[in-house]
Design a protein around this ligand. Structure first.
Ligand code: NAP
Length: 221
């Protein structure tokens, strides 16, 4: 079963935290990474003192090193979940270059680095589940830079999925819908427009993150 030895990057967040909890509840061995070192350590102790490692999106080499570290810590690796990201709002002419760089680094370059590092150590049948967002298919005004970053990641994942299919590594791009949980309110830049009520986060994680992990194992067994 895929998910027996899993790395969750962004485990300090809502989606990453819910995914980790489910994998732990299923009896999997999980290694976790996140930016907030204190929160990460607290969560790790709740998850059976699982291996944990701080991670900042700007350290791309550190991101690429996460899966090799997790494989070593867990004695192998069959699943990687990447749920790292930050929102950003504002018309294109109002977003600074620095903010645009931040959105591209956190939402695209860092997840790509994590996956790149994982491809060398994953043991098929394996699953790589990366959260992009429904915004890829339904861009909104005042999100050009956030949308561009998520779309870059989605395009990259589409090619990687084709490259890895024959290896028994299932690469899943989760176009997550808007959830309850305040992600948009934690934006790096700007403020969100009025948004409709989001979907239930626990249900969405079960359906869009956990189900593909189970399905990947069944498909490639
Ligand atoms: N929630 C939604 O409605 C929704 C909808 C569609 C797509 N998504 C996508 O799902 C992913 C996770 O969303 P979420 O709701 O779980 O958000 P969240 O609770 O805010 O979690 C975001 C995660 O990204 C990490 N992160 C942010 N900036 C970082 C940086 N500079 N370096 C390293 N890690 C960084 C956070 O780390 P720390 O907490 O440790 O700082 C946290 O682990 C994001 O990619 C988001 O775009 C979310």
């Amino acid at each position: 079963m895929a998910g027996e030895k899993a790395l969750v990057v962004g485990a300090t967040g809502m989606i990453g935290g819910l995914a980790t909890q489910t994998l732990v509840d299923r009896g999997g061995a999980v290694a976790v990474a996140g930016r907030d070192a204190r929160e990460l350590a607290e969560r790790s102790s709740r998850w059976g003192s699982c291996p944990h490692r701080p991670f900042d999106a700007y350290d791309l080499a550190g991101g690429a090193a996460l899966a090799p570290w997790a494989a070593q810590a867990l004695g192998g690796l069959d699943t990687v979940v990447v749920a790292v990201g930050v929102a950003g709002f504002g018309r294109a002419e109002d977003v600074t270059d620095a903010a645009a760089e931040h959105l591209m680094t956190v939402n695209a370059l860092a997840p790509m680095a994590v996956v790149r590092g994982a491809l060398a150590v994953l043991e098929p049948p394996a699953a790589v589940v990366v959260v992009t967002g429904l915004i890829v298919d339904r861009p909104m005004r005042a999100t050009a830079d956030y949308t561009a970053a998520k779309t870059a990641l989605a395009a990259w994942l589409g090619v990687v999925r084709r490259e890895q299919r024959d290896r028994g590594i299932s690469v899943v791009d989760v176009r997550m819908p808007h959830l309850d949980g305040g992600f948009a309110d934690r934006a790096f830049v700007g403020s969100p427009p009025p948004l409709p009520r989001g979907a239930d986060a626990a249900e969405a994680v079960a359906r869009y993150v956990i189900e593909p992990i189970t399905a990947a194992a069944a498909r490639t067994r």
